[in-house]
Write a protein that binds this ligand. Structure first.
Ligand code: HEC
Length: 114
């Protein structure tokens, strides 16, 4: 049983959600650009974010928000690592968002331990 008023609010909510959705889409990160930029990360983090160096973490499938935050922290010096500081310093916010979107887009599968 919905009153006309409740339905009105629902419609408003839907319209708001849709316009927010569009706003997010308009500035959606560019996965392809991220993949291109990730060329400079391949040596350590692997071609698809599966690291080839034992001390470099895998990035495939990590949530974009996490990768983005770590890169910004390396860039600002809040998270300290000599190598990653050098890598993150020249990155713009947009490049970081694209890199994060690229690594987040790579599907990963987890198996049962042996
Ligand atoms: C020379 C090797 C090397 C290169 C090149 C490199 N990284 Fe890293 N990366 C590392 C290492 C080592 C760590 C772990 C650092 C630490 O202990 O904080 C790391 C950590 C990270 C993390 C944190 C992951 C986590 O689980 O917290 C992110 C995100 C990351 N790198 C992204 C990148 C991106 C994006 C690039 C390319 C622009 C890049 N890295 C290039 C070696 C590298």
């Amino acid at each position: 049983m919905f009153s006309a008023k409740a339905i009105g609010f629902q419609a408003l909510g839907l319209a708001l959600a849709m316009s927010l959705g569009l706003a997010f889409q308009a500035q959606a990160a560019d996965v392809k650009a991220g993949q291109l930029k990730a060329g400079m990360c391949v040596t350590c983090h692997g071609a698809y974010g599966y690291s080839t160096m034992p001390n470099a973490p895998h990035l495939a499938g990590q949530p974009a928000i996490y990768i983005e935050e770590q890169l910004k922290q390396y860039r600002s010096g809040k998270r300290v690592n000599a190598v990653m500081a050098v890598m993150a310093k020249p990155l713009t916010d947009a490049e970081i968002e694209n890199l994060a979107a690229w690594y987040a887009s790579i599907p990963i599968e987890v198996g049962k331990p042996n």
